[in-house]
Design a protein. Structure first.
Lengths: 693, 103
């Protein structure tokens, strides 16, 4: 089977269909619902939940309508890629265009996001039933759903970025939902700041792309930035280090995607994000938002792939592959040594996102997105199952204090087990197998190196191992917690059952025998070819998968299965390899590394800036202040003492001399005469004196 | 013929005597007499300067003196009138007692 994606032959669409015209309603409805809920009183819990669930319900129906429109178009043989663009702001000769697009990629994502979102909304009404800020929770959740759907449909990279940031905002708000917990507030801040690092690069990429192509639209009847004309011009531009502009922009956009999708080295925020309520972890930090980065790469795939010589390999895709494969192994290793039920799943999410990225890098859009879709369902299932476990164990999250839950919570156990087997990639029956299989298949055929293949295989073994460890701790052995565990209400278990159904059946859309998902995304015709199952390459892969699963689960069961380890005793693996365990449990000390490098640098820089501000600028300001004070003092002295003093003195003198002269006028006539005589004498003397030669 | 300085000296003496009288006498009549003396010393100067001036043949100095005497006479009459009026008012001609000539 060829792994090189053929250039899709989408026929340019001249007229948009009715469903494309109202596509904007899909994200708009939840956002409007969120706005309405924000205005509600805190006590209107019922109304808030009803409003957000019904709005998302309508969005789901519209998404299904859009999907079926695309599907019917594909079945009829003409590819659907309809976009509706409009000018938002016009300045000078350039314009900021926004728009939305309906193509197989966005249609598939729309259905996935709104379906998983809807199930999690319903589940939340049970999980958050006793929270006093229930209304606020649904406000944020609706806003998130709207923003995420906005990311999915946008045809303008600017609109995508706006929704992307909105998604980041709601992620921040929801991680810090229990803001009275300092750890939650810190985790929210960490998530926001870490993703911001990636977003800076993303924004740079957007600006560069706009500067080079002059358009923000992806598809615009031949004039969009992802269409051959723009790509050709991007390839002729040369950036640094032998990269074309397309490659450099692709790398910048990938940096943004890495931040959002928790790829190395920006993965640190995702495990901490588990401080948020569990439905949030399921919806945002497992199923949808973290997948936005993968979706972004898929959306700009023509850009990433531009200039591929042979085998569909470009620099940016190579980077994507290596980062993805490293993340997959790295996070899986950490997950082995964690004890928090949600943290294990969080590292598993990081690891699976690495698989998706590697799938995108090596196999193309369909491979990555297929894993994204199946993962969204089974990881949401696992998180909601974990939420159900936490709920049933009275907010206990440490797996060492659980155990034996399979008899207390049978429904949760059954569904969690399905999710776990799907994540492990148990062959044939579970969707995770088919999607992971496709990734391994493309990794096996990658022309550059075989290392990613072995990394991913090793990661898969680890995945099976840590999931077995977790499940044995939680569901097998004896109950080691406090109080009495109980099964969760129906409103929580029903979505679990629905998700479990999808976790099993979704694999059917992407089997090698009938790869219609890939064909649908790539816009090729698909046919059922049962002989694909008999291909030796595929059989080899099936065998590998079987070995992976048997080794992983077998090892896990051998070490942890059905035992009831004392919560305070060291872990079985810890006793065996204590040094490695310490490193893994401390997450390879990445947080500590950032603590002594990046954060220490920033703290130092902040101190320098503070010192500079206080001493230099503060000193300068103080000096100017002092100078003006001095000047004012002088002015005061001049005004009060010199000007006023002179005037006062003059007045005083005039009054004194007036008094003196008044005393001459005594009324004695002869005195007047005497003065007159003296004056005459003086006059004579002066005349006599001055007339002297 | 007596030189000009002699006349001027006499006139100056007369003026000084008149001034002294006007300044030190308490009686208003005596002060008036002092003033007459000073006026007449001035008249003597007029005559002397006329006689020793460049045009003694013209009668200008004489005419000035006669005018001055006439004016002095009128002035003396007014002065005496005033003295009598004051006396009627205050029953004294002592100038020390009359000190209301202010403001």
């Amino acid at each position: 089977m060829t792994l090189i994606q053929e250039v899709s032959s989408f026929t340019p669409q001249t007229t948009a269909s009715a469903i494309t015209g109202i596509l904007w309603l899909i994200p708009a409805l939840p956002i409007v619902a969120s706005g309405c809920i924000a205005l509600m009183k805190q006590s209107r819990r019922q109304a808030a939940a009803t409003l957000s669930i019904s709005s998302l319900c309508v969005s789901l129906l519209l998404s299904i309508a859009a999907f079926s429109h695309v599907l019917s178009g594909w079945l009829a043989g003409n590819a659907v890629r309809e976009s509706l663009n409009f000018t938002w702001i016009r300045f000078g000769s350039s314009a900021v265009d926004l728009g939305w697009v309906l193509d197989p990629l966005s249609a598939v994502m729309l259905v996935m996001v709104s379906l998983v979102g809807l199930l999690i909304f319903i589940y939340s009404t049970g999980y958050m039933a006793h929270d006093e800020n229930f209304t606020r929770f649904f406000c944020f959740l609706s806003l998130f759903a709207g923003a995420m759907l906005g990311v999915v449909i946008s045809n303008s990279i600017l609109l995508l970025f706006m929704c992307w940031e909105l998604v980041g905002l709601t992620s921040y708000l929801l991680i810090g939902f229990w803001y009275h917990k300092p750890s939650a507030a810190a985790a929210a801040k960490k998530a926001f700041l870490t993703t911001r690092v990636g977003d800076i690069f993303f924004l740079l990429g957007i600006v560069w792309l706009f500067a080079q192509t002059g358009t923000l639209l992806f598809y615009n009847h031949g004039a969009g930035s992802l269409e051959p004309l723009s790509l050709a011009s991007l390839l002729t531009q040369h950036a640094a280090l032998g990269l074309s502009a397309a490659g450099a922009i692709g790398l910048l956009i990938f940096a943004g995607a890495a931040g959002k999708s928790g790829q190395l080295p920006l993965h640190v925020w995702l495990p901490d994000a588990m401080e948020g309520p569990t439905p949030v972890s399921a919806l945002i930090h497992a199923a949808t938002m973290v997948a936005a980065g993968v979706y972004l790469i898929a959306r700009v795939y023509p850009l990433m792939q531009a200039g591929a010589l042979t085998g569909g390999v470009t620099t940016s895709l190579t980077v994507v592959t290596w980062v993805g494969a490293s993340t997959a192994v790295f996070a899986a290793l950490i997950a082995v040594a964690q004890n928090d039920i949600k943290r294990i799943l969080a590292y598993s999410t990081v690891s699976q996102l690495g698989y998706m990225m590697a799938g995108l890098g090596m196999g193309g859009v369909a491979v990555g997105i297929f894993h994204l879709i199946t993962h969204a369902f089974f990881k949401a299932l696992l998180f909601m199952g974990a939420g159900s476990v936490i709920h049933g164990c009275h907010e206990e999250q440490d797996i060492r204090h659980m155990g034996g839950l399979k008899s207390y919570m049978p429904l949760t156990f059954a569904t969690y087990g399905i999710g776990m087997l799907a994540l492990c990639g148990v062959p044939i029956f579970f969707s995770g197998f088919w999607s992971k299989d496709a990734i391994l298949e493309s990794a096996h055929g990658w022309s550059i190196s075989h290392a990613p293949y072995y990394m991913l295989v090793f990661g898969a073994v680890l995945t099976a191992f840590y999931m077995t460890r977790q499940v044995s701790y939680v569901f097998f052995g004896q109950w080691r917690g406090h109080g009495h565990a109980h099964e969760s209400p129906r409103v929580m278990t029903t979505p679990l059952a629905i998700l479990a159904f999808f976790a099993v059946t979704l694999g059917a859309i992407g089997t090698p025998a009938w790869p219609w998902f890939r064909a649908f995304l790539d816009n090729r015709a698909s046919e059922v070819d049962l002989h694909a199952f008999a291909e030796p390459a595929w059989l080899m892969l099936l065998l590998t998968s079987c070995i992976i699963v048997i080794v992983g689960i077998g090892l896990g069961w051998a070490l942890y299965g059905n035992k009831s380890p004392d919560p305070d005793a060291p872990d079985t693996l810890q006793a065996a390899i204590p040094h490695v365990w310490v490193v893994l449990q401390n997450k390879f000390y990445v947080d500590e590394l950032y603590g002594v490098t990046v954060i220490a640098f920033y703290a130092w820089w902040a101190r320098v800036a503070d010192w500079f501000d206080r001493r230099v600028w503060g000193g300068a300001v103080a000096a100017v202040t002092w100078l003006f004070g001095l000047f004012a003092q002088f002015n005061r002295f001049f005004d009060a003492d010199i000007v006023d003093g002179t005037f006062d003195k003059g007045c005083e003198e005039i009054s004194t001399s007036g008094g003196l002269l008044a005393s001459i006028q005594s009324g004695a006539v002869q005195n007047y005469l005497r003065i007159l005589a003296l004056a005459v004498v003086a006059l004579v003397l002066i005349l006599f004196w001055s007339s002297r030669p | 013929m007596t030189p000009l300085g002699g006349y001027l000296l006499v006139a100056a003496l007369m003026f000084a005597i008149g001034l002294a009288g006007a300044l030190v006498r308490r009686n208003a009549i005596m002060v008036l007499i002092g003033i007459e003396l000073m006026l007449n010393s001035a008249n003597l100067n007029f005559i002397a300067f006329w006689r020793y001036g460049p045009h003694p043949e013209a009668l200008t100095g004489m005419m000035f003196a006669i005018f001055s005497i006439a004016v002095a006479a009128a002035e003396a009459a007014v002065g005496l009138g005033l003295v009598i009026a004051i006396y009627r008012h205050t029953h004294t001609t002592e100038l020390d007692k009359i000190n209301r000539m202010k403001g």
